[in-house]
Design a protein around this ligand. Structure first.
Ligand code: HEC
Length: 164
């Protein structure tokens, strides 16, 4: 019983992290093009948070090159994708400064949810490619879940290790 619970927990973690799998160079290139088109105006061409619109925003656009310092490296794709999409969060917490890309991409693709997910996955792949944080620092649930014989009793905060 306990084993089944741990197993389904581990599988749950895996599916949480394992969306989209590993990015290809192609995806990153396409993600970069999307980033230039939709994101650079606020976050800057290199994602450093210094786009031309940034001085006029009440909340400064985040420096997206250091996401890994907060979220771990590799980035938890699901969490980042969900934030970019924004539809679920805005429903729960109300309006925010960051545009709700899920809505915009949904409209642009004439309601094709698969295309929305694809675009966001490419953006996440690009964001992963520009992280400047140490590759070792990680909320690496994927790795943790793959160690079948190790107990999954860490909470993410305990796994998080900063190595400047
Ligand atoms: C109109 C300006 C604007 C544009 C355009 C924009 N963003 Fe943002 N973004 C923001 C702001 C402002 C924040 C900080 C929001 C907050 O803290 O609530 C943010 C935060 C983020 C975060 C979260 C960072 C963190 O530290 O939690 C991510 C990821 C992100 N943006 C990705 C994107 C992507 C990808 C695009 C393009 C599809 C994009 N942004 C386009 C303004 C923008």
């Amino acid at each position: 019983m306990h084993f089944m619970k741990s197993l389904s927990f581990a599988l749950g973690l895996l599916s949480l992290v394992w969306v989209g799998g590993l990015a290809t160079a192609d995806e990153i290139t396409q993600g970069k093009a999307l980033f230039m088109q939709y994101c650079a105006s606020c976050h800057g061409p290199n994602g450093a948070g210094d786009g031309p619109l940034s001085p006029s925003l009440s909340t400064p656009p985040a420096n997206l090159r250091v996401l890994s310092l907060r979220f771990g490296n590799p980035l938890p794709q699901n969490v980042i994708a969900r934030f970019i999409d924004g539809r679920a969060d805005v429903k729960a917490h109300g309006p925010r400064d960051m545009p709700v890309w899920g809505e915009k991409f949904y409209a642009e693709s004439n309601g094709d949810e698969r295309k929305v997910k694809e675009r966001i996955a490419k953006l996440v792949a690009f964001l992963q490619s520009i992280q400047t944080g140490a590759r070792t620092a990680s909320v690496n649930l994927e790795w943790a879940a793959s160690r079948r014989n190790e107990k999954l009793n860490h909470r993410p905060a305990e796994i998080l290790v900063f190595r400047p």
